[in-house]
Design a protein around this ligand. Structure first.
Ligand code: FES
Ligand code: FE2
Length: 368
């Protein structure tokens, strides 16, 4: 399983402008975040018809809801009359429709305009011409994804390499037991790059490095938008927790080799998926500025484990909160350093081959 014949191919780190230039950050919004599928939460946040939540995506605000056919829908939170934001509360329960608070234009949960008071006298006005502007939405492994591109590639095409890769963890049934939200004073790519290597683990994460010695990392996805692979636990029955022991029974149908591995993947451009034997951890990135990123971290466990009277996820929560904090510390230091006129790209170690692969994919998608 371990293939330590990785190579960064002599690649160098990115130039400083990619971490500091406002123009490049705006270009990233146009070409990356507004063009790709972005994970925005869990499908069970909108389980019942009419349940909704709002998601900010850069300057855009999106309504995610469940319609009466049971499908997830996503719309720009923009009225077709005078552009007013329709929903103001961050989440809630709609009745059969969505009504704009300004002049009461009323939309069905599939976005169709149902009512527009006093508009019948307006020559040529046809309600059929004014549905809410739809946003692409997809559900996979119990996660909700949206895509704001007009000509978007179908989710199942983009995610083809991953579609059935994680079935043995039975992720759709998992429940979030804890969420942590961080604001990191670093560019979003630094956070990707930090997650993509364990070269830093012996120095920065002594506890983590004891549980999963850094030489035990390998990769089964080595190019393109999805990168990563398994890392060997020091022993069976271990997990990434404060005491080093799994804090719940194995997920899904995991058995054998999987019980001694943690799988780490980056899903371009905003998600990390960490699959432990006993729980799943996700990181979602929201780039706020060229030097500021919100990171939302969710800990997911199986309902059976949660129902146990002695269920205690705290060792897993504390472990990753500690590790996250250590990582944000160096990401923020890196942001400070790469601003310097003394910074020039440095050489990647072969242990950083996944960063070199990330940079390649990033520059390809950015097109500059
Ligand atoms: S702006 Fe929404 S009904 Fe007028
Ligand atoms: Fe780290």
């Amino acid at each position: 399983m371990e293939t330590n014949n990785r190579s960064a191919g002599g690649a160098l780190t990115l130039a400083g402008k990619y971490y500091t230039d406002e123009h490049i950050f705006l270009t990233e919004w146009e070409r990356i975040f507004l063009q790709n599928w972005l994970c925005v939460g869990r499908a069970d946040q909108i389980k019942e018809p009419g349940q909704y939540f709002l998601q900010q995506v850069g300057d855009e605000n999106v309504i995610l809801l469940r319609d009466y056919a049971g499908d997830a829908q996503a719309f720009y939170n923009v009225c077709r009359h005078r552009g007013t934001r329709i929903c103001a509360q961050s989440s809630g329960q709609l009745s059969q429709s969505i009504q704009c608070p300004y002049h009461a234009w009323t939309y069905a949960l599939n976005g169709r305009l149902l009512g527009a008071p006093n508009m019948q006298s307006v020559a040529g006005f046809d309600k059929a011409d004014y549905p809410l502007h739809a946003v692409g939405v997809a559900e996979w492994e119990g996660f909700l994804f949206i895509n704001l591109a007009v000509n978007r590639r179908p989710f199942h095409t983009v995610y083809a390499p991953l579609l059935d890769k994680f079935t043995r963890w039975q992720i759709p049934e998992l429940k979030i037991v804890h969420t942590a939200v961080y604001e990191v004073a670093a560019n979003w790519k630094s956070i990707f790059q930090n997650y993509s290597e364990c070269y830093h683990c012996p120095t920065l994460h002594p506890a983590l490095n004891t549980l999963t010695p850094y030489q035990g990392a390998s990769n089964d996805l080595e190019a393109g938008p999805f990168l990563g692979g398994p890392m060997r636990l020091a022993r069976i029955g271990a997990s990434m927790t404060m005491d080093g022991y799994a804090c719940a029974p194995p997920l899904g149908t995991l058995a054998g080799e999987d019980l001694a591995l943690v799988y780490y993947y980056t899903l371009f451009p905003t998600m990390f998926l960490s699959l432990h034997p006993d729980y799943v951890l996700t990181h979602r990135l929201e780039p706020l500025a060229v030097d500021r990123t919100r990171v939302i971290c969710d800990w997911l466990f199986a309902p059976d484990a949660i129902a146990q009277p002695n269920f205690n996820p705290q060792p897993a929560i504390d472990f990753w909160h500690m590790t996250n904090s250590q990582d944000w510390f160096v990401c923020e230091l890196t942001q400070q350093g790469v601003k310097s006129r003394a910074y020039v790209p440095g050489p990647y170690a072969d242990l950083e081959s996944m960063i070199a692969a990330f940079d390649t994919e990033y520059l390809r998608v950015l097109g500059m």
